[in-house]
Design a protein around this ligand. Structure first.
Ligand code: GDP
Length: 307
């Protein structure tokens, strides 16, 4: 069994690649829920949904949301003066309505994800990192923001003073999470944010220790190429969390206690020796995943590198 730790955009590309390279049956994804939030009374789980939609083959070409979706409901809400900055398509809204109704009837988030997975025809196991509500809160010079407010509504323009995850210290791993980590043949840390995606998953009490106990079987993939993220405002999150450097080496340092092998872009070869000095084995390849073929190829490199 391959177990992936994943956030949204970078994470789902890796999870998709692993599914293409090794099949869905032997794949489990443990997914960040710190980005979750309530919109119009509905629980929205962006990272879980992007992974489910990717695995189901229904993700939109832009990389999130449902393919060929329309936005009539959101436009209607905007007409009524509602804030409509978070792109919830009509078909996508069905997911959030169904999830919210199931949870209102007492289901746990992990039950809901399993239901969505089955109904969307996804064979891989997809697990929220926890069933408990956790919310990433970003503090900027002008105040506190919920994660999606900072990222989507405000376009991640401001510098970050602090990042905290409400509810994380009291959260428990979702059913199956610790067992999956303990039993995995291979654990892949996807090229997601080390702070607000993977950092949040590892922050669920018990998870970092469980992954560290399997360190020899853990392989990470760098989201940073040439000193910059492939996309998104990673520098702001890194600075906000107190890291001065945005580099593949910095990623390897953040993960040095939990992963023995780290895949970096071939163009970052100059950082390989410094990564080795951290006690982490660097593997060099092309880590960009613009299309299916690239995702599958990178996943094969990751699987082979793990031996
Ligand atoms: P979020 O939850 O949507 O913010 O997304 P993630 O945390 O999963 O991923 C964000 C990170 O993915 C960014 O730092 C990007 O640099 C990285 N990323 C996006 N696309 C790629 C890719 O094709 N290759 C690699 N190596 N990293 C990527």
């Amino acid at each position: 069994m391959i177990v992936a730790l994943a956030g949204g955009t970078g994470g789902s590309k890796m999870v998709h690649g692993l599914a293409l390279a090794n099949g869905q049956r032997d794949l489990s994804a443990i997914v960040n829920t710190g980005d979750d939030g309530e919109f119009f009374g509905l629980l929205v789980c962006p990272d879980l949904d992007i992974n489910l939609y990717c695995l189901a083959g229904v993700v939109a070409d832009r990389g999130w949301g449902y393919a060929d979706d329309t936005f009539h409901c959101l436009e209607g809400l905007s007409t009524y003066g509602r804030e409509a900055w978070f792109g919830l398509g009509d078909r996508d809204l069905a997911t959030h309505v169904h999830r919210t109704l199931m949870m209102r009837d007492g289901a746990r988030l992990s039950d809901v994800v399993d239901d969505l997975r089955e109904r969307l025809g996804v064979e891989a196991r997809v697990m929220p990192m926890t069933d408990d509500p956790v919310r990433t809160i970003i503090t900027t010079p002008s105040g506190e923001r919920r994660f999606q407010e900072y990222l989507v509504r405000d376009g991640a323009r401001e510098e970050i003073d602090a990042i905290r995850v409400e509810g994380l210290a009291e959260a428990s791993p979702a059913p199956g999470v610790l067992d999956a980590i303990a039993e995995a043949d291979l654990i892949v840390i996807a090229p997601s944010s080390p702070i607000v995606s993977i950092g949040t998953i590892l922050g669920v009490p018990g998870v970092r220790d469980a992954v560290a106990a399997r360190r020899d079987r853990v392989i990470g993939v760098s989201p940073i190429v040439g000193g910059a993220p492939v996309e998104g405002p990673a520098q702001k999150f890194l600075r906000g969390a107190g890291y001065g450097e945005c580099s593949a080496r910095q990623m390897a340092e953040i993960y040095a206690d939990v992963c023995a092998t780290f895949v970096i872009d071939a163009s970052d070869e100059a950082e390989a020796a410094a990564i080795e000095d951290l006690g982490v084995r660097p593997v060099l390849t092309d880590v960009l995943m613009p299309d299916r073929a690239a995702r599958e190829r990178l996943a094969r490199v990751v699987i082979e590198a793990a031996g």
